[in-house]
Design a protein around this ligand. Sequence first.
Ligand SMILES: C[S@@+](CC[C@H](N)C(=O)[O-])C[C@H]1O[C@@H](n2cnc3c(N)ncnc32)[C@H](O)[C@@H]1O
Length: 220
Amino acid sequence: MVRKITAWEKIYGERGKVFEEVDERVKKFTNSFMTWKCCRVLDIGCGNGRHCIYLAKEGHHVIGLDVSAHGLKIAKKWMLEEKLIVHLVLGDMAFQPFKNLSFDFLICMYTIYHAPIKKIMKTINENYRILKENGVGLFTLLSTNDQHYGKGKEIEKNTFLQPERVLGTETQHFQYHHYFNEEETRQVFSKFEIIRLKEFKIMEKNTLRFYWEIIIKQKK
Ligand SMILES: C[S@@+](CC[C@H](N)C(=O)[O-])C[C@H]1O[C@@H](n2cnc3c(N)ncnc32)[C@H](O)[C@@H]1O
C-alpha cells in the first residue's frame, strides 16, 4: 500500500515525543465512566501514546490506532520502557480494522477534525459500528470560535488547509482542520446519545484555543 506522508508523520520524525502530559478530560472521563478494570478501549489517533500509557496503567486493555508510523514507533518505545502492554495499529481512522461491537470505550483526542467532513463522517460511522451497546466515547473537536478559524485555504465549508501547530508553535507542515459549531457537532454525532457537550479553552503557548469536548453513548 502507498501511504501518504502526513504532517504528523513529519512532526514526529523531526521532534520525537511531542505529547507527555495526560489531558485532564481523559482523566475525568476515565474516573467517571471506566469504573471497572480491563475495559476494552480504543485510542483513535493515539500519536506518541500518552493516553494509551495512562489507560494501560489504570488497568485497561488498550488499543492505539494512528496513521503515523513514526508516532507509533515512539509510543512503542515508551511502552517498553514502562513495561506496559498496548496493542498499536497503523491505520486510518476512517477504516478501522476491528470487529463490530468490539470496544467498551473510545477516545479520540485532537484528531478527528484533521479531515474533510466526508472522512469525519466515515470515521464516526466506523465508531458507531465498533462500539458496544452502551459503550461510551470521548472526542475533542476544533470550535468555530477558535482564532484560527477562517485562516488558510478553505477547501470546503469550515475545512481549511493550515499549518499544523505543536503545543502552540506553527510548523511548516500543512494539514486539514475542520472547525465545528454546536449545531454541526450535534448533527454529526446524532446516531449516538450525547451525554455531554461543552466548549473549552486551553492556553497553547500564548494563544487561547477553543475546542469542543463531546461524550457520546452508543444507543443501538
Ligand atoms: C494533535 S495529534 C494528537 C495525538 C493524541 N491523540 C494526543 O492527544 O496525544 C493528532 C494525531 O492524529 C493522527 N491522525 C491524523 N489523521 C489521522 C487519520 N486519518 N487516522 C489516524 N490518525 C490520524 C496524527 O498522526 C496524530 O498522531
